[in-house]
Design a protein around this ligand. Structure first.
Ligand SMILES: Nc1ncnc2c1ncn2[C@@H]1O[C@H](COP(=O)(O)OP(=O)(O)OP(=O)(O)O)[C@@H](O)[C@H]1O
Length: 290
């Protein structure tokens, strides 16, 4: 594959001064306005922000689904702007996993065939052990011959996650992966994603509106008006909800949906990033996370 490789091995995703402007000269919208960030391998990052703050655009640019207007995106050491469309498609297929709110499974195919589809599309024969291991890990052992229509929503999302993990992608990108699930099932799916970071060293980047979901991540990045304005390390749901309230995401009364009672990410002690102290004016200082 062509593309400039980067010596920066620590960051599996790296954005530098990324701008994305939609529309023509009369109706321009700056969706991303100079975003620079590095995401380390084997970490789980949540991206939050008010509606229209640029979360989906961030995800699409970071994952090579959309091209920035200017700036640099490097994924697994490859500068995406240097890739032609076909090479970019190949990189997405082989190095990136996607999980969306809609499960996007093929209804006529079995669980097994849905999960192994990315490998077969890449002309690779799925290794039986690998497939069994992934299905077992996502809690679908014994269900490989079912069709999606015979599964619950949570089980269907597990199939989508298994399909995203089967190629051992450098990064798994999730766009509201629990948005269509009930609270209990959403927690199970988030725990599964968390476990994928732990057992497979998987790097995950997830856009979400849900503070409880975000609290499963190692770090939450907050976007406002296309800029990264804040971050939280080892977040709790309440801390995330408070940040979102500062950003005006839920109005002046700041009632955050599902902000309490959820399971935080296991393991590490809670700590606040020194780079994200709230300023007296109520805005959030951003000193960069590079
Ligand atoms: N294809 C497009 N053409 C024009 N403007 C766009 C396009 N996609 C996004 N935008 C604009 O860019 C800005 C950021 O959009 P984006 O979808 O990234 O925000 P978001 O934070 O994901 O929003 P939400 O939480 O509502 O999904 C918004 O003002 C949006 O209207």
């Amino acid at each position: 594959m062509s593309g400039t490789t980067s010596p920066d091995n620590r960051h599996v995703v790296r954005l530098d001064a990324v701008r994305k402007v939609y529309g023509g000269s009369k109706n321009q919208v700056t969706a991303l306005d100079g975003v620079s960030i590095g995401l380390e391998r084997g970490t789980f990052t949540a991206v939050m922000g008010p509606s229209g703050s640029g979360k989906s655009t961030f995800l699409h640019c970071a994952a090579g689904l959309d091209r920035p207007t200017s700036g640099s995106v490097r994924l697994d050491g490859v500068e995406l702007s240097t890739l032609k469309e076909r090479a970019l498609t190949k990189l997405r297929r082989e190095r990136i996993g996607f999980v969306f709110q809609a499960f996007n499974l093929l209804p006529a195919l079995s669980v097994l065939d849905n999960v192994t589809l990315p490998l077969r599309l890449a002309g690779k024969k799925p290794a039986k052990d690998t497939v069994e291991e992934v299905l077992r890990r996502v809690g679908l052992g014994g269900k490989q011959h079912r069709r999606p229509g015979e599964l619950s929503g949570g089980q269907q999302q597990r199939v989508a996650i298994a399909r995203a993990l089967i190629t051992r992608p450098a990064v798994l990108f999730g766009d509201e992966p629990t948005g269509a699930l009930d609270t209990h099932t959403a927690r199970e799916v988030l725990t599964l994603l968390r476990e994928a970071v732990q057992w497979a060293g998987q790097t995950i980047v997830m856009v979400t509106h849900d503070p409880v979901a975000a609290a499963h991540a190692d770090r939450v990045l907050f976007l406002a008006d296309g800029r990264l304005v804040s971050s939280l390390e080892a977040p709790t749901p309440d801390q995330v909800a408070e940040r979102m309230t500062h950003l005006g995401a839920w109005g002046a009364e700041g009632s955050a949906p599902a902000a309490s009672g959820g399971a935080p990410s296991p393991g590490t002690a809670r700590r606040e990033s020194p780079a994200t102290t709230a300023s007296p004016a109520g805005t959030l200082a951003w000193e960069g996370l590079r």
